[in-house]
Design a protein around this ligand. Structure first.
Ligand SMILES: Cc1nc(C(=O)O)sc1CCOP(=O)(O)O
Length: 214
């Protein structure tokens, strides 16, 4: 795949209506919008995803955090799994329609293990200090470099990203970045996304999504 990746992660704080409105404005410019709603009940998340689809957010742009069945049932482009997920082959075999699956990792060893299991990418963080992971020490660019050196699948860097930091993250071997707080609460989410894609040297292709991997 040419170009770098930009993943935008929901922050669990928005009403579905606001999430849909912003998602519809930013999806043309991003690799994936992750629905990561850790504190909401599962039935609400399922209905929320249906609502996003009804509002016109393309299924291919959406990546669900944590529910393989939901990715399969709604034909979503992606599935992202937390660190504690069981071995990936079990999920892969059960949900064959789910075609791009990533996993959060926090060490070189986990990244290597998940690559071996068949993950399509790993999300590694948190790289920089961030309120979204307050209290935990950041892992930093040197550790990112070690992860990127040890796997061949894309390593997406997360945690404390700003457009100014993108270059150093790419230089450390990342294939892209994931951003949570920086987008949803921005005065202009589209302009904010565009600032990232300029740094990632992504074209505004209106389609840098999972189709790009097929
Ligand atoms: C959701 C998440 N996962 C992380 C990890 O290290 O696995 S860090 C993180 C939060 C990133 O938020 P922000 O863009 O606001 O810094």
């Amino acid at each position: 795949m040419s170009g770098k990746e930009l993943h935008v992660i929901s922050n669990g704080k928005l009403a579905w209506k606001d999430l849909a409105e912003i998602a519809n404005r930013i999806y043309p410019y991003v690799t994936a919008i992750h629905i990561r709603e850790k504190t909401k009940p599962m039935d609400e998340i399922f209905l929320g995803v249906q609502y996003l689809l009804e509002q016109g957010v393309p299924a291919q742009s959406l990546c669900i955090n944590g529910f393989p069945w939901m990715a399969a049932a709604s034909g979503l482009g992606g599935l992202h799994l937390p660190e504690s997920s069981p071995v990936l082959s079990i999920i892969r075999e059960s949900y064959q329609g789910v075609h791009r699956t990533g996993v959060s990792v926090h060490s070189v060893e986990e990244a290597v293990k998940r690559e071996r299991e068949g993950a399509d990418y790993v999300l590694f963080g948190h790289i920089f200090a961030t309120n979204s992971k307050a209290g935990a020490p950041p892992r930093g660019l040197a550790q990112l470099r070690r992860v990127a050196d040890q796997v061949t699948i894309p390593v997406i860097a997360i945690g404390g990203m700003t457009p100014e930091k993108v270059r150093s993250v790419l230089e450390a071997g990342a294939s892209g970045i994931a951003v949570m707080s920086g987008i949803w609460e921005a005065a202009d989410p589209v302009e904010t996304v565009k600032a990232y894609i300029r740094e990632l040297q992504l074209e505004e292709t209106r389609g840098v999504r999972y189709e790009a991997y097929e």
